[in-house]
Design a protein around this ligand. Structure first.
Ligand code: ATR
Length: 280
């Protein structure tokens, strides 16, 4: 069989760690394939997807700023893509360009691996942020049976729109409401860019969280965000966001190369070293 070629496209794309992840798996499984980063400017996205449809690649990942355009460009989308409204994974099937969104899967799979049982008694969650990443987390939380999800966002109207779209179990709040919302929450998730690259700390009263609650951040640069550091100081369970990045790559690799890869300590160490290097 000819070499199977996959891609990640975005703009900019140089920062993407996906080639490292897929390159590791290709080598691990001895697969005759490639995974390359392609810088695709906004205006070039349509033609690029046409070239994918024509067979230039077996499929690939789509990242910022093209995830919504990819949602519109695919011929067929799965339930996760439809629910989240964005596509990050594409592949050819029956001559059609298909799209999925694996961020929700990645979020849940990371917690399954790092904090088994996290969703078992998890009826109440507080979700910080109302952007694209929050949509994926919301989808995952609903799928895992959370019945009371409180979205908190600087721009409350954005949280309200999201809550209205995702249904009655979800409520929208302004930042001032956070202390009371934390009181009985099993899970606190940050999806905002606060705390990235040493941006201002988030002054959250984590002491209001129950002692057995779990705190997770989907930001992974730095790995130990100010929120996670504060949660650790309070003795709360924490999970960092690197695992979400690794796990969201699994379904795409399986589609393109026919092997379901594993998220191992070796893979994590490889990508973590890259983050530590570049974040310094
Ligand atoms: P993504 O797709 O990564 O979620 P996004 O759609 O730009 O990115 O959303 C970023 C999120 O971080 C939003 O919830 C944003 O809040 P607003 O909707 O009010 O803009 C939040 N965010 C970014 N910077 C912030 C800041 N300095 N303080 C509070 N929230 C912030």
């Amino acid at each position: 069989m000819a070499e199977r070629k996959a891609f990640v496209c975005g703009h900019p794309i140089a920062h993407s760690r996906s080639p490292k992840i897929h390159g590791h798996w290709l080598a691990e499984h001895g697969i005759d394939g490639s995974y390359e980063a392609v810088d695709v400017a906004l205006d070039d996205f349509g033609p690029f997807m046409q070239s994918v449809r024509a067979g230039r690649f077996v499929g690939g990942n789509v990242t910022i700023p093209h995830k919504e355009a990819a949602f519109r460009a695919v011929d067929r989308k799965d339930e996760a893509a439809a629910g989240i409204g964005a596509v990050n994974t594409t592949w050819l099937e029956d001559g059609l360009l298909c799209g999925s969104n694996t961020d929700a899967y990645g979020f849940a799979a990371n917690l399954d691996q790092q904090a088994p049982g996290w969703a078992e008694d998890g009826s109440k969650a507080v979700l910080l942020g109302a952007g694209g990443a929050a949509r994926a987390v919301l989808f995952a939380l609903r799928q895992r049976g959370f019945t009371d999800i409180r979205i908190v966002n600087r721009t409350r109207a954005r949280a309200e729109n999201l809550a209205a779209e995702f249904g009655p179990a979800i409520s929208a709040h302004a930042l001032e409401a956070v202390p009371d919302l934390l009181e009985d929450a099993a899970l606190l998730v940050n999806t905002t860019s606060l705390g990235m690259h040493g941006e201002a700390d988030m002054p959250l009263p984590l002491e209001r969280l129950p002692a057995d609650s779990l705190v997770t951040d989907i930001v992974y640069v730095p790995l130990r965000t100010p929120l996670l550091a504060a949660a650790e100081r309070r003795g709360l369970k924490t999970v960092d966001g690197l695992g979400m990045l690794l796990h969201q790559a699994v379904p795409g690799f399986e589609k393109w190369f026919g092997v379901r890869p594993r998220v191992t300590a070796a893979l994590r160490a490889l990508v973590q070293a890259d983050i530590v290097d570049k974040a310094a």
